[in-house]
Design a protein around this ligand. Structure first.
Ligand SMILES: NC(=O)c1ccc[n+]([C@@H]2O[C@H](COP(=O)([O-])OP(=O)(O)OC[C@H]3O[C@@H](n4cnc5c(N)ncnc54)[C@H](OP(=O)(O)O)[C@@H]3O)[C@@H](O)[C@H]2O)c1
Length: 346
């Protein structure tokens, strides 16, 4: 009589489809699926493989993908794709709604038709950001940016087509790719090399919770492994534990990465002209996830694992005594074009 372990190994790996495989979260999902014996990738789509903004061709492309998926028809599909450039969304509304609302809605419609489970990722920016206590899943949304409004429209479209889909809101994501920690480290490097002088300036009046994409991917795959009935459908909040401001987050990044000597000036958001007005408070309440056994590590712990991982192209550095001895940071891969830290990422 085969025991449970045999049954486990005998059980075919669960087939997961990933949309947005080239993004921070998408890359972590694909990486973890590839290294998990009980999971297999049915597909891992980057923009090149499927452009969500192609309104005309999207429906046929999705149908073909689901019915001819290279790794077999998926049992669960996770959507980590989105148009996440918050300021550009203000002037590219059609693209934001097509990518963040209409495309996820079409996926949900076709997945529901085939009885395939859908986990769609959304954002803390669906809330107005004037609260002072963490937002629960049932709290009224009131987005104040086109990005946030397009993501909220995506939530409604997905749950409208597939009420048993899970819409997971998260916040301040950092992982493999462009993100706030890298922007801060770039600016610190420039001060270390003397390329730029003076303290960094970072906003201190926006409060939220950083989330390591690897921890979010881990939690989403834990949910994907569990029976659908355990979660049902609807909204779910997931982010690393604890809360902070961009200013305190930047301070912690520099202190953990060996730049305790680099100064930061805390400034109000009004200091920087940005097309989109970011929420001043967007901490998500994650007690429901915790009640279901998903407890996320603290953001400070997550940051230290990120800085020590290959996801972060920087090695913690030792302050250069003699500027002439300062190592050549120009060599640091893919960081040359780091965005200005005043542009707090989405
Ligand atoms: N980043 C955050 O701080 C944050 C905060 C809260 C919620 N979220 C949500 O979390 C999820 C994952 O975010 P992330 O940080 O991993 O974002 P990301 O790094 O910007 O990745 C988004 C991915 O979507 C792809 N994409 C964009 N437009 C597309 C299109 N028209 N067709 C196909 N693919 C397209 C991008 O492709 P390209 O690389 O080719 O552009 C990218 O690979 C998203 O739903 C996002 O809204 C993110």
């Amino acid at each position: 009589m085969a025991d449970s372990r045999d049954e486990q190994t005998l059980k075919a790996p669960r087939r997961i489809g990933v949309i947005g495989a080239g993004g921070q979260l998408g890359r972590c999902l694909v990486r973890q699926i590839e290294s998990a014996p009980d999971l297999t990738a049915s597909f891992a789509l980057t923009r090149e493989e499927l452009d969500l903004s192609d309104a005309a061709g999207l429906s046929d492309a999705i149908a073909r993908l689901l019915d001819e998926a290279p790794g077999g028809r998926p049992e669960v599909v996770i959507n980590a794709a989105a148009y996440t450039k918050v300021d550009l969304c203000e002037s590219e509304q059609a693209l934001a709604y097509q990518t963040n609302a209409l495309a996820p809605g079409e996926w949900a419609r076709q997945l529901a038709e085939r009885g395939i489970r859908f986990i769609h990722v959304s954002t803390d920016y669906v809330f107005a950001g004037e609260g002072t206590i963490p937002y629960g899943e049932g709290d009224p949304t009131d987005p104040r940016t086109v990005y946030g409004a397009s993501k909220r429209a995506g939530e409604v479209a997905v749950l409208g087509h597939q009420p048993d889909a899970l819409v997971v809101r998260t916040s301040w994501v950092f992982g493999p790719g462009r993100n706030f920690p890298l922007a801060i480290l770039d600016q610190a490097q420039k001060r270390r090399t003397g390329e730029v002088t003076g303290p960094l300036t970072v906003v201190d009046d926006q409060r939220g919770a950083p989330t390591y994409a690897a921890d979010l991917a881990f939690a989403l795959l834990a949910i994907a492994r569990q029976d659908e009935a355990q979660w049902g459908g609807g909204l779910l909040h997931l982010r690393n534990a604890g809360e902070t401001t961009w200013y305190d987050f930047a301070r912690e990044i520099l202190d953990q990465a060996g730049f305790a000597d680099v100064g930061i000036d805390p400034v109000p958001s009004s200091t920087f002209e940005t097309a989109a007005r970011r929420p001043h408070f967007s901490v998500l309440d994650c007690r429901w996830a915790e009640s279901k056994g998903i407890t996320m590590p603290s953001w400070k712990d997550a940051l230290s694992r990120y800085l020590a991982s290959d996801d972060c192209p920087y090695e913690p550095v030792v302050p250069a005594e003699d500027p002439a001895a300062a190592p050549d940071f120009a060599a640091a891969p893919e960081t040359a074009a780091a965005p200005d830290p005043k542009e707090t990422p989405r």
